[in-house]
Design a protein around this ligand. Structure first.
Ligand SMILES: Nc1ncnc2c1ncn2[C@@H]1O[C@H](COP(=O)(O)OP(=O)(O)OP(=O)(O)O)[C@@H](O)[C@H]1O
Ligand SMILES: [Mg+2]
Length: 320
């Protein structure tokens, strides 16, 4: 049984003047222990997808349809109270600017204690403090942060505090949305390798949204490639990065100063994302695709499983 199963998820932002189709019929499964990287250029709907699944979008502005089963319970259909029982304890999330989660008027340690107590009301002060300090060590924060206020911390320290907070209860699923992007490379590397170690001990499942394909290549097992609200390729990192099948994934990989490619071979993908307020009948990548044929302009490609676990949404995907 999948730990997380997203089925036909659609998310449309509704403003007075227009609608934005930010997530368009996305389905994928994650098994327990998976680490999934979600990549795609800016504006492709990565954060919207995560926020939708985590019930963080206001129904006033975003209309959601489809399902997101977490161990068979649909996160999108449960009551807010039921969802809050899972939040932090079983599912946690860290955003790039997650410092807003912290209150400016309370000390960091006190805030972490309060959050811990929501799910473990009987825990003693000493137990909580030792747990928090253990996590501080994990994310490379000094013990003195416990007695500081958020304004006394740098942006990077706040970000590391948020990561520690998300790990308080050893969640089964953690979502990191550009959570380590703003950190220096050394700290980012340390935190990611610690999280990877932790995953093995507590069997944590991770979704990691990032612009950085090399991060996906090093710390994720699976990758989901999004383009203009659609999922265009999904599979094992070793398959998708070594042999990308969708023309967009191929372009994306070539445009990164990844691994072996000599600098003069780096290319960017010509053109830009389409306007997400329009509906597109065909393949949404067709206008930028150098292999597009007539069918691509008129018919939406199906998700083809070209080999077990490797899905490509392209009319010309070849089953292996
Ligand atoms: N509150 C909102 N109202 C209307 N449109 C929105 C809203 N939030 C996001 N969008 C639009 O939805 C689309 C997807 O945005 P989203 O933030 O999910 O992209 P992203 O892939 O996370 O980008 P980035 O890599 O820059 O973080 C974009 O076209 C964006 O302009
Ligand atoms: Mg985003």
């Amino acid at each position: 049984m999948a730990l997380l199963s997203v089925k036909n998820l659609n998310i449309t932002y509704k403003n007075k003047e227009k609608e934005v189709y930010a997530v368009d019929d996305i389905s994928f499964d994650m098994e327990s222990g998976d680490s999934l990287g979600i990549v795609g250029e800016s504006g492709s709907g990565k954060s919207t997808l995560a926020m939708g699944i985590l019930r963080l979008l206001s129904p006033k502005t975003a209309q959601i349809s489809g399902n997101a089963f977490f161990k068979e319970n649909d996160l999108l259909a449960m009551s807010k109270d039921e969802f809050n029982k899972l939040r932090w304890k079983q599912i946690s999330v860290v955003f790039q600017k997650s410092m807003n989660t912290l209150s400016p008027i309370h000390k960091i340690g006190d805030q972490l204690e309060d959050i811990y107590k929501v799910h473990e009301p009987k825990a003693t002060k000493e137990q909580i403090k030792s747990r928090v300090l253990e996590l501080f060590k994990l994310v490379n924060l000094s013990d003195r942060v416990y007695n500081l206020y958020p304004h006394e911390l740098s942006g990077g320290m706040l970000q590391r505090t948020s990561i520690a907070l998300s790990l308080l209860h050893n969640p089964e699923l953690i979502v990191l949305d550009e959570a380590t992007t703003a950190l220096d490379v050394v700290t980012q590397g340390q935190i990611l390798s610690e999280i990877k170690k932790l995953e093995k001990t507590i069997n944590m499942t991770r979704i990691m949204i990032t612009h950085d394909m090399s991060v996906v290549a090093t710390v994720c097992d699976k990758v989901a490639v999004m383009y203009a609200g659609r999922l265009v390729e999904f599979g094992w990192v070793k398959d998708v990065i070594a042999k990308p099948q969708h023309p967009y994934t191929q372009g994306l990989i070539k445009s990164y100063p990844l691994m072996k490619a000599p600098k003069d071979e780096l290319k960017s993908i010509p053109g830009s994302l389409p306007n997400l307020s329009n509906r597109y009948e065909g393949c949404i990548f067709a206008p930028r695709c150098d292999r597009a044929q007539d069918i691509c302009k008129t018919s939406r490609p199906k998700n083809t499983e070209i080999k077990p676990g490797h899905m490509v949404s392209c009319h010309f995907a070849e089953v292996k």
